[in-house]
Design a protein around this ligand. Structure first.
Ligand SMILES: NC(=O)c1ccc[n+]([C@@H]2O[C@H](COP(=O)([O-])OP(=O)(O)OC[C@H]3O[C@@H](n4cnc5c(N)ncnc54)[C@H](O)[C@@H]3O)[C@@H](O)[C@H]2O)c1
Length: 211
């Protein structure tokens, strides 16, 4: 995080890309102001949370006026380093990996998957969604300075791949496998477990409805 800016709580930081995408659309449609209620409706975050989030970056909405879209956008651009593209490597070009490569986060143009790895001879040497697929053996040779990896491999190979990534200086891993990864403290792992998310959604619906 940029030193000149106040430290933002992690939960807030996670919501920034969501706000940013919506504000970009608003700006493109010529809107100058937005209320926390409008934002809340669009990004499905309650307006009290939005007001608190925005207060961290000095955006104080005025009653009956809302927030200045330009101010917020320039803040987000600076904070999220939108001018700089982060290159990402993906491991495991199966069902999930293939979907990500084809999607390639085109809406979010500050991250880009630039290479993928697999062990299947039918996949190695091909391109998926315009991204070259290398053999896992080539990890050390090809990875270069890439600092972010996505894991969509079978769970049992997630840790050995992670260990090699750590050796190569990876900083962040987005882990879609059910494996719990062990990494040194300075490395950040975000674990996305769709089964758990789905289960918790069903639980909430059952016990709290959609309040
Ligand atoms: N498909 C889903 O909806 C889904 C949802 C949530 C989580 N996941 C998890 O994501 C992971 C991938 O799921 P999937 O359905 O895409 O599986 P998949 O079997 O379709 O794909 C796995 C890919 O990894 C490759 N692979 C195997 N060993 C490898 C290695 N050592 N190095 C690099 N690549 C290797 C395989 O060749 C294959 O292409 C799994 O851990 C799964 O539990 C999948």
């Amino acid at each position: 995080m940029n030193n000149e800016q106040p430290k933002i709580p992690q939960a807030t930081a996670k919501r920034l890309p969501l706000y940013y995408r919506f504000l970009k659309n608003l700006h493109a449609s010529g809107k100058q102001r937005v209320s926390s209620a409008e934002l809340s409706e669009a990004v499905k975050v309650d307006s009290a949370t939005i007001r608190r989030d925005f207060s961290y970056f000095g955006a104080l909405g005025k009653k009956g006026y809302g927030y200045n879209v330009n101010y917020l956008l320039s803040f987000f651009r600076k904070t999220l380093d939108q001018d700089e593209t982060t290159e990402v490597a993906l491991f495991g070009v199966g069902n999930l990996g293939t979907a990500f490569l084809n999607y390639n986060f085109s809406k979010n143009n500050n991250t880009k998957i630039v290479m993928a790895f697999d062990v299947d001879p039918d996949k190695v040497g091909t391109e998926v969604g315009g991204v070259p697929v290398y053999h896992l053996n080539e990890l050390e040779e090809k990875l270069g300075g890439i600092t972010v990896a996505i894991l969509t491999v079978p769970a049992q190979v997630a840790q050995p791949i992670t260990d090699r990534l750590v050796q190569k200086g990876i900083k962040g891993i987005l882990n879609f496998t059910p494996a719990r990864l062990h990494v040194p403290e300075h490395i950040r792992v975000h674990h996305i477990d769709l089964a758990v998310e789905l289960q918790s959604l069903v639980y909430f619906l059952k016990h709290y409805g959609n309040e």
